[in-house]
Design a protein around this ligand. Structure first.
Ligand SMILES: Nc1ncnc2c1ncn2[C@@H]1O[C@H](COP(=O)(O)OP(=O)(O)OP(=O)(O)O)[C@@H](O)[C@H]1O
Ligand SMILES: [Mg+2]
Length: 572
């Protein structure tokens, strides 16, 4: 029934391989799809390997019948083949595996497409297949496969080489781009350096100009004061009881000279104050001050002419303030400036002075609120510059030189406070003055605040006002190290998250330093976890002044008591 296509024999390892290739080729020629070709080839090599294991000389016969490819393998040695692994595996790969124990034969059957109605590739006639097979001499089969694989390898290699070349080209491009960018960067850098030099020069020029201006003011004020005082003195003499009688007209004119001279003297006084303030020569002389009495005094002297004036002045001081330890003249001057502005730029409504205590900051907060013309947002900071006045009809009519606010701010700074303005044009303005509640003799010397957050540094500075003799600020760890080496502080407050050198690294550097390891450090950070609890830790959020001061006192105490301490302390 069947027609033998070809035979093979399995004697050596290579034969298993050759039979596998042959099986695959025949499956192909018989019209099987490539998956099926591989199945047949694999089944054959499994069986073939087993056959070889049972002894050299097994015969393999390829047969094609109608719709089936039949491959029989005759084992030389006769053990039962039914239990063999190869047979089991082959059973899953071909359509049928038949075993006969007696003649030691395994038959593999794979259905193939019939003549004419085969798969895409079609199937050759029996003779055609024989012809094709005749061309493959068994010895060349393996070699052909090797060649084929070599060809594939060569192809892959070529592809790899091509990719390599492409990569090299890309690399060159990147390199060129990099060179170009570096050149550009270098140029930019040079520009920045030049700009810095220019800025440096400009700022030193500015500093010099500012110094010159201060000297000018100071001397001019003095030069003007002297002749003015003598003019005023002479006027008093002329108008005095012992003087010769004057005509009404003369008396009137001399009185005018006197008031003008007094106005001028007041202005010169203001200028002198400001010059003094700018050169940092404002020393507060604090005493116990009754804030209610101070506010009442201001209300009495500044009270507008009467109810017809359209503006009322009211004062509201919180009971909890009581007495403040502060420079009374400075505080009065600041508030008088704020109140006189409010009254000057308000035509209708109310001017109100209030004072409350901010316990967390240990500050008294004064506010002066009015219902006047207000200040445009773009001018809110400029009004603190000398001689700046907001352009406008009411402002033009008003008297003044534009020195009140800058002077008030300088005085505020001398008191360790802050002065801010807020306004909605047309709806009035609010000035907020914060002044430390108590100004006492400092408890500790120098405190260094190392934090990149300028806002927190300013809060800390205000909390330490009066408590620390001096507060230094550093915006990062490196700056902190430099400042500490220059002038070792009594205590350092360390923020953990800082640029350049963070808090943890800063503490390490300090611990390793012969001089700095003795400086107590307090960690003040938003980061809540403690770095090994070697240092006291305070949370920035909701930090209170008394907490901070207590932590500093404790740190300083620990250090004094601990002698050769390592700067570490415990906090609760
Ligand atoms: N409460 C306010 N409402 C509206 N504008 C204000 C108010 N306070 C200040 N200004 C504006 O800020 C400017 C500067 O104020 P500042 O007190 O420094 O000077 P001045 O009052 O004009 O003069 P001086 O105080 O020297 O007599 C004022 O001219 C005004 O334009
Ligand atoms: Mg003013």
């Amino acid at each position: 029934m069947g027609e033998v296509l070809t035979r093979a024999e399995i004697c050596r390892d290579q034969d298993v391989f050759a039979v596998r290739q042959l099986g695959r080729r025949i499956a192909e020629l018989a019209g099987l799809e490539s998956q099926d070709q591989i199945r047949v080839a694999t089944a054959l090599s499994e069986i073939g390997r087993e056959a070889l294991a049972r002894g050299a000389g097994s015969a393999v016969v390829f047969d094609l019948r109608e719709d089936r490819l039949v491959i029989t393998v005759d084992y030389l040695d006769g053990a039962d083949v039914r239990q063999s692994e190869g047979v089991k595996l082959a059973g899953r790969l071909v359509d049928e595996v038949a075993l006969s124990a007696e003649d030691r034969r395994v038959t593999l059957v794979k259905r193939v497409p019939e003549h004419g109605v085969s798969g895409k590739r079609g199937r050759l006639s029996i003779d055609g297949i024989r012809e094709e097979l005749a061309r493959l001499s068994p010895s060349t089969t393996a070699l052909d496969v090797l060649r084929e694989q070599n060809r594939e390898l060569a192809g892959t290699l070529e592809e790899v080489l091509r990719l390599n070349a492409e990569l090299a080209e890309t690399n060159q491009g990147v390199l060129a781009l990099y060179n170009q960018l570096s050149a550009e960067l270098e140029e930019t850098n040079r520009g920045v350096v030049a700009l810095y030099a220019e800025l440096d020069e400009k700022s030193s020029q500015l500093r010099q100009a500012a110094e010159a201006r201060q000297r000018f003011w100071a001397s001019v004020s003095h030069e003007l004061r002297l002749p003015l005082t003598s003019i005023i003195g002479l006027v008093r003499l002329l108008l005095g009881s012992g003087a010769e009688p004057l005509s009404e007209e003369q008396e009137h004119q001399i009185t005018l000279i006197g008031t003008s001279a007094e106005t001028l003297l007041a202005l010169v006084g203001e200028l002198l104050d400001l010059a003094k303030a700018e050169s940092g020569r404002l020393d507060p002389h604090p005493s116990m001050v009754d804030v209610v009495a101070l506010a009442e005094g201001l209300r009495m002297t500044l009270q507008p002419a009467g109810p017809a004036d359209g503006v009322t002045l009211s004062v509201d001081v919180s009971d909890e303030i009581g007495e403040m330890f502060v420079d009374e003249t400075m505080l009065t001057t600041i508030l008088r400036n704020l109140l006189s502005n409010a009254l000057k730029f308000t035509e209708y409504g109310e001017v109100r002075l209030t004072a409350v205590v901010d316990a967390a900051m240990a500050e008294v907060v004064f506010t002066v609120t009015d219902t006047g013309v207000g200040i445009p947002p773009e001018h809110l900071e400029r009004v603190f510059e000398e001689f700046f006045q907001v352009p406008g009809a009411l402002q033009l009519r008003a008297k003044g030189t534009g020195l009140g606010l800058p002077y008030a701010r300088r005085l505020t700074e001398a008191l360790g406070g802050t002065l801010e303005l807020a306004s909605r044009p047309g709806e009035g303005a609010t000035a907020t003055l914060r002044v430390p509640h108590r100004m006492v003799t400092p408890e500790v010397g120098r405190v260094l605040v190392a934090d990149d957050d300028a806002g927190f540094r300013s809060v800390a500075r205000r909390m330490l006002f009066g408590f620390a003799a001096r507060v230094d600020e550093a915006a990062d760890g490196i700056e902190a190290l430099n400042l500490m080496r220059e002038r070792p502080p009594e205590v350092v407050l360390v923020d953990l998250l800082m640029p350049r050198l963070d808090g943890t690294a800063l503490l390490h550097r300090m611990a390793e330093d012969d001089v700095l390891h003795g400086i107590p450090a307090i960690v003040v950070s938003v980061v809540s976890e403690q770095p090994g609890a070697a240092h006291p830790v305070l949370s920035k959020h909701g930090l209170r002044r008394d907490q901070l001061l207590e932590a500093i006192r404790e740190a300083v105490r620990d250090r004094a008591g601990g002698g050769e301490g390592d700067g570490s302390g415990t906090h609760d």
